[in-house]
Ligand binder design. Sequence first.
Ligand SMILES: [Ca+2]
Length: 224
Amino acid sequence: MMRDFPVRRIFCNRSPGVAPWKDNAQVILCGVLFTLVATAGAQPLLKNGGFEADRYTAYPGYAHQNGKKISGWAIKGNVGVNPVHLAKGAKGTPSPFADNSRPPQGKHVLFMQNQATVSQRVGGFEKGKRYRVTFRENGRAYNASTTFAKLTVTLGGKTIVSPHVVRPVCKGNRADLPYARVVSGAFVPTADGEQELVFQTLNGGGVSVLIDDVRIQEISGQEK
Ligand SMILES: [Ca+2]
C-alpha cells in the first residue's frame, strides 16, 4: 500500500528591506555549498526542471503544436509551456494558461490541462539515502470559479505528494502572491540508479495546473 504524504506550502517572498548585496552574498554562499555537496557524491540529476529549454511559438502553447516535446520529460495529454513567444502582430496572448502571478524561476512554466502526466526517469539515486522533491505550483485562474485542478506526484511508484486541489494564487492577470512552494514527503530508494518522477493531474473540466522549478534534493536523516 502506498503511503500518502501531506503537502506543505510555503510562500517565498523576499524579505523587505534586505540590502541587495546581502542577497548576492547568500547566493554566493549557496553556490559554494552546492559545489561542496556536488563533489561529495552523485546526486539525482533532473533535466529541465525549470522548463526553460524549449521556446514555443505556437499559441496557446500546447506541446503537440510545438515540436511535440518538453525537453527532458515524457508527456501525455494536454500539456505545454507558457509564455509563448508570439511573432509580432500574431493573434493571442503569450500566457493564456499561466494567467496569474509570475513565473517563479526563469521565464517559463509548465501547464497541465485536465487529466495529464509529465514524467522523467532520473538517475543518480543511492539505495538507503533520503530524498525529497520540491517545486512551485499554481492554478490557472480561467475556469477556476466552477472547479479546480487536482495534482499528485509519485517517485519510484510511491506517492510523495498526495492528491490535492490546486487553486490559483491570484485572480486572473494579477500578481499579488507568488506560486506556492510544495515540499514532498521523504523518498528512500531500495536500489541504486534511476527512479521515475511523475506529475499527474486528475480532474477534467478544462482546469489547469502550473508548475515550475522542480528540484530533487538529498536530505539528512533528521529531516522529515
Ligand atoms: Ca521556469
